[in-house]
Design a protein around this ligand. Structure first.
Ligand code: PMP
Length: 413
């Protein structure tokens, strides 16, 4: 594990100026953006990078020998190296660009699934998973005769690790778990999960969608077999993400999609496949957004995960304490270790109505099941109101949400 870096406290007010979208009124009120777990806002450096590419060196990559193509290829491959460092992967060949976590899980479930799953095998997913880390496994299980098993969730929203242990067996071929939960914020003990799964000969995929902007990630220390993230949840553009996989596994896996870039040679009789990572990058990739993702990584590194986390933890602690004092509020998700996400309900009111009333005051939260219907079922609820904080949020904004919630609460009969 890399040591926790020491850090300087961030100057949030000047950092906010890097995010043009924050400076606007919504429904007559200054925007409060608390929907960061769905997607974060983008700093100017990320936006500028897209403009620079399209207005300065737009070209297809890898096969071109002209100057623009070489410049675009270099910038594209520089992001691969940044992503490698960001995850502390050993080799750039282990970094595959995808559209996001959803595509990454589908790639692994389809390609790796075909390679390792046999009838009677079990895939163990957690009760905290996003649909994107459930449905691809269900599809693979159905196609290959495997069974889905579930790690249950406690009342606080933590994984029940004793039950996890009991569900592991020689039949367990794969464990799929998130690093942090999008609905409840729970940080899962992924290193422990990997160690236990490996002891049973099972492979592990970690969904890092909600971890990438907040937590230190070290795939070598974690020893996971696959790790994935989505750029848009870490200050980067939509439509781009990263799949990390251990080289030894990626090399043996069959291609996920066929087409250009992923081949070495094609004849009508036989096609040979390209080397890693290109074997898994069929077709013209999302060049502009991959290049801009590098700026998102730079933004996070410039500020430092330790400083970001310190600030977000303060916000989470403050919001949680204040929310608890609002009459009728019930917190959902009170795990000991959390990223900056707080789900709640206001007794007697539908989450959707709470969300609309907050929006009328310029406060953006998410309401609903957050693509985690089985988790909502676990709590016997349809959905929650979810406030999720990023590095640019402030205590003043939390005060505004609490004030609005107090008003909404007093409207209840
Ligand atoms: N997993 C988690 C934990 C998520 O929060 C999300 C997005 N809400 C996803 C997977 C899917 O990510 P994407 O839509 O970017 O593919």
């Amino acid at each position: 594990m890399r040591p926790e870096a020491s850090f300087m406290e961030l100057d949030i007010l000047s950092l906010r100026k890097e995010f043009p979208v924050l400076d606007q009124a919504v429904n007559g009120h200054p925007l409060v953006y608390f929907d960061n777990a769905a997607t974060t806002q983008k700093p100017k450096s990320v936006i500028q990078s897209l403009v620079d590419y399209y207005s300065g060196y737009n070209a297809n990559i890898h096969r071109g020998i002209h100057t623009l193509a070489e410049k675009a290829t270099r910038a594209f491959e520089e992001t691969r190296e940044s992503a490698r460092q960001f995850l502390n992967a050993a080799e750039r060949e282990e970094i595959i660009f995808v559209r996001g976590v959803t595509e990454a899980v589908n790639l692994v479930a389809s390609s790796f699934g075909k390679m390792v799953l046999r009838p009677g095998d079990e895939i163990l997913v957690s009760g905290l998973e996003h649909h994107s880390n459930i449905v691809p496994w269900q599809l693979a299980a159905e196609a290959l005769g495997a069974q889905l098993q579930v790690i249950p969730v406690t009342e606080e929203g933590e994984l029940d690790l004793q039950a996890f242990e009991q569900r592991l067996s020689k039949k367990t071929r794969l464990v799929a778990v998130n690093h942090a939960s999008n609905s409840l914020g729970t940080i899962n003990p992924v290193k422990h999960i990997v160690e236990r799964a490996h002891a049973f000969g099972a492979y592990v995929l970690v969904d890092g969608a909600q971890a990438a902007a907040h937590l230190d990630i070290d795939v070598r220390d974690m020893d996971c077999d696959f790790y994935c993230l989505s750029g848009h949840k870490m200050y980067g553009p939509t439509g781009v993400g990263v799949l990390y996989g251990k080289r030894s596994l990626l090399e043996k896996m069959p291609p996920y999609q066929g087409g250009g870039e992923m081949i070495k040679e094609v004849t009508f009789e036989k096609t040979t496949f390209n080397d890693l990572p290109y074997k898994f990058e069929a077709g013209t990739p999302n060049i502009a957004d991959v290049i801009a993702l590098n700026e998102a990584i730079r933004f996070i590194q410039r500020n430092g995960k330790a400083a970001i986390r310190h600030h977000e933890n303060e916000l989470l602690g403050y919001a949680t304490t204040r929310l608890q004092k609002v009459e009728g509020v019930r917190l959902i998700g009170t795990a000991r270790e959390k990223v900056s996400v707080q789900s709640f309900l206001l007794e007697g009111m539908h989450p959707f109505d709470v969300g609309q009333l907050l929006d009328a005051r310029g406060i953006a939260v998410r309401t609903g099941h957050h693509c985690t219907q089985p988790l909502m079922d676990r709590f016997g609820i349809e959905g929650t109101v979810r406030a999720s904080f990023a590095v640019y949020n402030t205590r003043d904004e939390i005060d505004r949400m609490i004030e609005a919630l107090e008003r909404i609460s007093s409207l209840r009969r």
